[in-house]
Design a protein around this ligand. Structure first.
Ligand code: MSK
Length: 630
């Protein structure tokens, strides 16, 4: 292993403490303090038993008041809240996907956005039955963008992408009435069902939660992922670095944060422009460093090797370094706290989307039409802000790890197949991976996803679970802030193979991969869905029979619940480390952890003890192996 060593959570925390000291000097607030002010949390909210969907209430369920004013019982209230939460997440992911489709519609060979992966565009077009022969690639891009946008509002039929699943899954979804229709319809139907005086039957509300989740995973998120690849290139393995030490005290530091790669791609483009680099030097810097936070970071890391400064709960830390000239955000997972915090430093907090507007920010509206001009303006603004740095406040923790990222489904198939797949209209095969699993060299796979949450010691659950899984020959695919936790710790360094069991170590050596594979951002969990669908079709098994589980040990957002619902509804048992506000209803909790298995062949496990959580996942994988006789 040489001098390779994982970075520990204790080391992360010591670095954060040092940054909080700087923060105190300038009167900065931080989430660590706000958590203290917000705890203990409201018990009614925590259990999901508060209803405020009409103005007769709010109604709170207690032993003395077992029904709301309208007569709804606790089970109806909890299930309604759960569906609303899911619909919020599905809407958010799907709207991100919609923006990507719009950007695809704006592609132009001479414009800011081009088609970078024409083969993938042709492959999807053929899959959707669109004629490709003799068509100009930009005409095809515009036609496919329109078709993709129609998926949001089509009056009849189901999502196109569900045809990627095995026939068994499609039949099951149809029989259980969860096959996703138009994306916007599923979100609207969910909000209609949860309106005062509509559904209060837990079964109906939970069934719709699965359906709206599927509209996200096999609809909006999948469109986001697939057409981002067409626009910006399908990720391939690429080396990068992770943690705050990727920021450079001598350079202009621009941090991109959020989810939509349309903005960050352009910012990266201009930060690389010799004219901009020369300007930065003129302003006294040695160059320009772009790094990222959250899923925007995952997007540009996977395609460009842009380093990852941190994940969700590190977003304030990048400003606390005192060396951040601009934090440029698009949508989702952005703390409004960045506004007041940036005012304590010289940092420019730049919001760019009408969807995510915040006080104390500079709003530079970004659109495909003005992308060039505005990305350049943002980079210039950051450069010109370099002179305003206060050197006495600058401290960048000397902490980073190497990581190899960029494992799209196409890349995984290619590295594990060991041969180049030169055909443009087929994906290749997952058979080598299946052989590793059936022979027992690998026991199975875990999809680790999701956020950080102060309810869990940040990053600990992600890292500790991954360490134990790989030691047990279980390969991990990761996305979102979970992937960044792994990268920061060093688990995406190929040298981490020495932490694996003998079987996984051998696979890592032969395929030259790290034991934890970075599959991308939140919307890219759709890549994981495509992977399991391919594994099922190539093995002749149902998805639910594969020794594969999903896990979100530190999740926090509505999007994460939507993800959980589509992962479970796809037939993958899903393990959560944070309760989704359903403990107030025995009926809803039972449905989610058991009853839905009769509908979709998988269910949730909620376990807040990390040790128990990982053991339960390993047991589940072994049960699945035993059930199929491997
Ligand atoms: S960014 S949704 S904190 S994974 Fe996608 Fe991270 Fe969760 Fe946001």
């Amino acid at each position: 292993m040489g001098d390779f060593k994982l970075t520990t959570v204790e080391e992360f925390e010591a670095a954060t403490e040092r940054l909080l000291e700087t923060g105190k000097k300038v009167g900065a607030d931080a989430w660590q303090y706000r958590v203290k002010n917000q705890t203990p949390h409201c018990k009614f909210g925590e259990q999901g038993i508060c209803c405020r969907i009409c103005s007769m209430g709010p109604c709170r369920i207690t032993p003395k008041a077992p029904r709301g004013i309208c007569g709804c019982d606790v089970h109806g209230i909890v299930a309604r809240n759960y569906l609303k939460f899911t619909a919020g997440g599905a809407a958010t992911h799907s709207d991100h996907g919609r923006e990507i489709c719009h950007t695809l519609y704006c592609t132009d060979p001479n414009g800011a956005y081009k088609v970078k992966d024409p083969e993938k565009l042709i492959r999807i077009a053929k899959e959707w039955g669109v004629e490709t022969e003799g068509k100009d690639i930009y005409d095809l891009a515009h036609e496919m963008a329109l078709k993709a946008l129609e998926e949001y509002g089509k009056p009849f039929g189901n999502q196109n992408f569900i045809k990627r699943t095995p026939q068994h899954t499609q039949d099951l979804w149809k029989a259980q009435e969860v096959a996703p229709r138009a994306i916007d319809r599923e979100v609207s139907s969910s909000l209609h069902m949860t309106h005062m005086g509509c559904s209060s039957k837990p079964e109906a509300l939970i069934r719709q939660s699965l359906r709206v989740g599927l509209a996200d995973g096999w609809g909006g998120s999948m469109a986001g992922t697939e057409f981002s690849d067409v626009l910006f290139g399908t990720p391939k393995p690429i080396d990068t670095e992770a943690n705050l030490g990727v920021m450079n005290a001598e350079n202009v530091n621009i941090v991109v944060h959020g989810h939509d790669p349309s903005l960050s791609e352009m910012v990266c483009e201009y930060a690389d422009d010799p004219e901009m680099i020369a300007y930065a030097k003129e302003m006294g810097a040695k160059g320009i460093t772009v790094s990222g936070v959250c899923c925007t970071s995952n997007e540009v890391a996977m395609r460009r090797g842009i380093p990852m400064a941190g994940n969700f709960l590190q977003q304030e830390n990048v400003v606390l370094t005192g060396a951040c000239e601009a934090i440029v955000v698009d949508v989702q997972c952005i703390f409004p706290a960045l506004g007041p915090l940036s005012k304590c430093f010289h940092t420019k907090f730049i919001t760019t989307s009408p969807i995510a507007q915040m006080p104390d920010s500079e709003f530079i509206q970004f659109s495909p039409e003005n992308a060039d001009e505005n990305a350049k303006a943002i980079v210039k603004l950051a450069i010109e802000n370099f002179k305003n740095r206060k050197p006495e406040l600058v401290h960048i923790p000397d902490m980073k790890q190497k990581a190899t990222v960029g494992y799209s489904l196409e890349a995984i198939v290619k590295v594990l197949d060991g041969v180049t797949n030169s055909q443009v209209d087929t994906l290749g095969t997952t058979k080598p991976l299946i052989e590793c699993i059936t022979s027992g060299v690998l026991r199975g796979a875990v999809a680790m996803v999701g956020c950080n949450n102060p309810k869990v010691r940040p990053d600990t659950a992600h890292i500790e679970l991954m360490k134990k899984l790989i030691a047990n020959d279980i390969i991990v695919v990761a996305s979102g802030c979970s992937a960044q936790a792994a990268a920061k710790a060093g688990l995406m360094d190929k040298r981490a193979k020495d932490l694996c069991g003998a079987g996984l170590k051998r696979v890592c050596e032969l395929a030259d991969i790290p034991p934890v594979l970075h599959m991308g951002s939140c919307v890219d969990i759709s890549r994981m869905m495509n992977l399991v669908a391919e594994l099922a079709k190539d093995s002749g098994l149902n998805i639910s029979q594969l020794p594969v589980v999903g896990c979100a040990p530190e999740w926090m957002s509505e999007k994460a619940v939507s993800i959980g619902n589509y992962v479970v509804a796809t037939g993958i048992d899903t393990f959560l480390g944070v309760d989704p506000y359903v403990s107030g209803s025995s009926e809803v909790a039972e449905l989610l952890t058991g009853g839905i298995r009769d509908w979709v062949e998988a269910a949730y496990t909620v376990e807040t003890d990390i040790e128990k959580l990982v053991d339960k996942m390993i047991d589940r994988i072994e049960e699945k192996r035993a059930a199929i006789g491997i």
